[in-house]
Design a protein around this ligand. Structure first.
Ligand SMILES: Cc1cc2nc3c(=O)[nH]c(=O)nc-3n(C[C@H](O)[C@H](O)[C@H](O)COP(=O)(O)OP(=O)(O)OC[C@H]3O[C@@H](n4cnc5c(N)ncnc54)[C@H](O)[C@@H]3O)c2cc1C
Length: 259
């Protein structure tokens, strides 16, 4: 287990890196553990990088795009699919995927906002010149060279965009979004205009509509996003004989700050 990873008791099959949740672990307990992690990070300040918010935009009602200038961030070994763990002003720690990382230490995060949560509150209010601290970048979803298919949900726009920018013409993306979530602006802002979007009909399990919509896929498949979506889509693809699938759960219903 990495020094900064928070893990909980799990049962049954594991997902790659991200793990299935223990439904008996109360969200309040998870929340306390995550804030403890934040307070610990604050105490161990030396592990943290510092960044200044240099641009903020709202490419859709449910998305915020932050451009950050990272102090001394020019020589960072960033690769597509990497993550950063952001220490929020509330001492909560939440994980995001840089879209790209410039040689000048400038990078961008695309954050999906969904209700009254610590990250959503923070990112709706954050302004240019705000400072933030984070750990990373660290490896998260590593895909082999060559053509790939990335499948996920609203939280997966950034990871797909990071690979699409790094491998022009080699990345196809399929995303399932909730009904009423306007994702086109976020896709355009992230440079992922060619992504296929499937709307999840209300009341249906995550990943069901997406698994049905997927055509025959060429290249290695990576699935990220909600843990139940990841499991459902992976099971569907396996039934169709697709192997070598890489997965990473980004969040679990009822659990806070998964990573
Ligand atoms: C490696 C990695 C990379 C990630 N990259 C990104 C990224 O680039 N962009 C991005 O937007 N997210 C990304 N995420 C997901 C993000 O970290 C989580 O969604 C996180 O839980 C959001 O924190 P919060 O404070 O909003 O909600 P929390 O306080 O963590 O959770 C509160 C409640 O909201 C629910 N919840 C959490 N996320 C969602 C969601 N997406 N939709 C609906 N309900 C949710 C929880 O289950 C819980 O019930 C990534 C996660 C990981 C592990």
């Amino acid at each position: 287990m990495g020094a900064l990873e928070t893990r909980f008791a799990v049962g049954g099959e594991t997902l790659d890196a991200g793990r299935r949740g223990n439904p008996t672990l109360a969200p309040r307990v998870c929340g306390r553990i995550m804030s403890m992690k934040g307070r610990l990070l604050r105490l161990l300040g030396g592990l943290l990088r510092e960044a200044e918010v240099v641009e903020v935009s709202t490419p859709g009602p449910s998305f915020r795009l932050l451009q950050l200038r990272v102090a001394g961030g020019g020589d960072v070994a960033w690769r597509p699919g990497d993550k950063v763990q952001v220490l929020l002003p509330s001492d909560d720690v939440r994980t995001y995927t840089p879209l790209w990382w410039g040689a000048d230490g400038v990078t961008e995060l695309l954050v999906y906002t969904h209700g009254d949560t610590p990250a959503s509150r923070w990112v709706r209010e954050v302004e240019v010149a705000a400072r933030l601290r984070f750990v990373g970048p660290q490896r998260s979803l590593t895909m082999p060279p060559g053509p790939i298919v990335l499948i996920g949900d609203e939280t997966s726009v950034a990871v797909a965009a990071s690979y699409a920018r790094a491998r022009p013409g080699q990345v196809r993306a399929w995303l399932e979004v909730g009904e009423g979530v306007a994702v086109d602006g976020a896709l355009a802002a992230a440079g992922l205009g060619g992504a296929h979007v499937v709307v999840r009909p209300p009341g249906t399990p995550r990943g069901e509509a997406l698994a049905r919509a997927l055509p025959r896929l060429e290249g290695t498949v990576g699935i990220t996003g909600a843990a139940d979506l990841v499991q459902r889509v992976r099971a569907g693809l396996r039934q169709r004989g697709v192997g070598g699938i890489k997965t990473k759960a980004y969040w679990i219903e009822g659990r806070v700050g998964l990573d």
